[in-house]
Design a protein around this ligand. Structure first.
Ligand code: HEM
Length: 443
């Protein structure tokens, strides 16, 4: 699934911007200040406040070549939707490629661990995709999620009780580390029947995978991350190959799965599917919960109402998904020469769909900068993608985030953000963005 990028990203000599009126190519004159020439998708400025950049992209350069990453940034809601709904012209093959080149030493660490991830789910444009996807959706369909609510509430209740005790003893707590990050991991483990690893390890492996493949780590950091990713992969391979998984577990379902030609799934592809689901199924939701809590604590939405007013927590989660989703971008690659947003793109053009910006597209959402939990078109955002690869974990993520918000508002009614919370560290990867700390203080 995640393929190491062996080549450095294609880098252009200057900034190429293509708007509806046609391409503007070549290096821009230093006398013609172009704000987009300064855009750094990993820079602190963009990570902390991406909205002015996303607005500029959408308004001035809806199809924009980013020379730092070699990606074409697609920012209008209608263009992104069109890409997602046309998998023949816009293939998913590059969805999980490493964005930062992996040096030979790092590739060696991964190779030693037997790291190999053939296309399985998000980056699989082949006919095997739909059957594999059905294995996932069976575990996360609406009925299963409705039945899982008591499990989610129980785990959320336990974590909030521990957080309550910590605040009472020490005056403060970090709701990300103590709650947001742990809840989805423990829920996923119960739903998928994972027993022989502790949540802290699974979280460490998952976060390392995100940083190695979607981040801009230094070579030394890449080596550290590769060790963790290798451990994760080895544990998954051992679990899949042991053949001892309970039949009702996710690994057991993959073992029973048959490909379109009737052959069983090879273990490498089963590992690849698990690798993605075990990461996607917890890290993203932890990030969503962190943002949901931080926005609810900072914005003028009455905290006690979230616990009591039916549907408010769900609506708040939906607005956060629209305006500040955890999965900020997703990738596609053009299968052939194609027109998009008034521009001609060559075959093999790597696209970065700016999902976060599309949730603030004024063509679709009125007053996009305002958090309005009851806006009529609330579900028109693309935070979970669309079409054939649309996120099969959307119901689980939405449910967990709403349960988490209600549990926090109910169990920690008096808390407020610690001073300086706005300046706390942020996760800023190519496709994932969220607060890394949500510190609150008691009375
Ligand atoms: C807030 C949490 C989440 C967000 C924002 C999110 C977002 C996304 C996005 C944007 C995609 C790509 C969709 C596309 O290409 O059209 C995706 C795919 C996927 N997500 Fe999620 N996701 C979340 C939670 C989850 C959870 C809880 C699971 C657990 C099962 C999950 C499993 C997957 C899988 C398996 C795919 C690939 C589907 C396919 O290719 O058919 N995600 N997700």
């Amino acid at each position: 699934m995640i393929e190491p990028a062996l080549e450095a990203p294609a880098s252009a000599g200057g900034v190429r911007t293509v708007g509806p009126r046609g391409p503007l190519t070549g290096p821009l004159s230093p006398d013609a200040p172009d704000p987009l020439a300064l855009l750094d998708l990993f820079g602190d400025g963009f990570v902390r406040d991406p909205y002015p950049w996303l607005d500029t992209l959408r308004a001035q350069a809806p199809v924009h070549h980013d020379p730092r990453t070699g990606l074409w940034l697609i920012s209008r809601h209608r263009d992104i939707r069109r890409v997602l709904l046309d998998p023949a012209a816009f293939r998913p093959d590059n969805a999980q490629q490493a964005v930062t080149r992996l040096p030979m030493a790092v590739l060696r660490v991964l190779a030693r661990a037997g790291f190999q991830l053939p296309p399985a789910l998000a980056n699989n444009g082949a006919p095997s995709h739909s059957g594999l996807r059905r294995v996932v959706t069976r575990f996360f369909n609406a009925q299963r999620i409705a039945a899982a609510v008591p499990v989610i509430e129980r785990i959320a209740g336990e974590l909030i009780a521990a957080t309550r005790a910590h605040i009472d003893a020490h005056g403060e707590s970090d709701l990300f580390a103590a709650f947001a990050q742990v809840l989805p991991c423990r829920v996923l483990m119960e739903l998928l029947g994972i027993e022989d690893v502790d949540p802290a390890t699974l979280i460490r492996w998952s976060d390392a995978s995100l940083e190695l493949f979607w981040g801009r780590p230094t070579p030394d950091r890449q080596l550290e991350l590769a060790e963790l990713v290798g451990e994760f992969h080895q544990w998954l391979s051992a679990t899949v190959r042991a053949g001892a998984a309970a039949p009702e577990s996710f690994v057991g379902a993959l073992a029973r799965h048959r490909l379109p030609d009737g052959t069983p799934l090879d273990p490498r592809t089963a590992v690849s599917a698990c690798f993605f689901v075990f990461i996607a199924g917890q890290s993203t939701t932890g990030q969503l919960i962190a943002t949901v809590l931080r926005r609810a604590l900072a914005d003028p939405v009455p905290w006690p109402d979230l616990a009591q007013r039916a549907g408010l927590a769900e609506a708040w989660v939906e607005e956060v998904l629209r305006r500040e989703p955890p999965v900020t971008t997703w990738r596609r690659v053009t299968a052939r020469r194609v027109e998009l947003g008034g521009a001609e793109l060559p075959a093999g053009a790597e696209l970065l769909l700016m999902l976060q910006g599309s949730g603030s597209d004024p063509e679709v959402f009125a007053e996009p900068e305002r958090m309005c939990p009851y806006r009529p078109d609330i579900r028109h955002h693309l935070a979970f993608g669309a079409g054939r690869h649309r996120c099969p974990g959307a119901s689980l993520a939405r449910t967990e985030a709403a349960v988490a918000l209600r549990a926090a508002a109910r169990g920690l009614p008096e808390v407020r953000p610690a001073e300086g919370d706005g300046q706390q560290p942020m996760l800023g990867l190519l496709s994932f963005r969220a607060p890394l700390r949500v510190t609150v203080v008691g009375k």
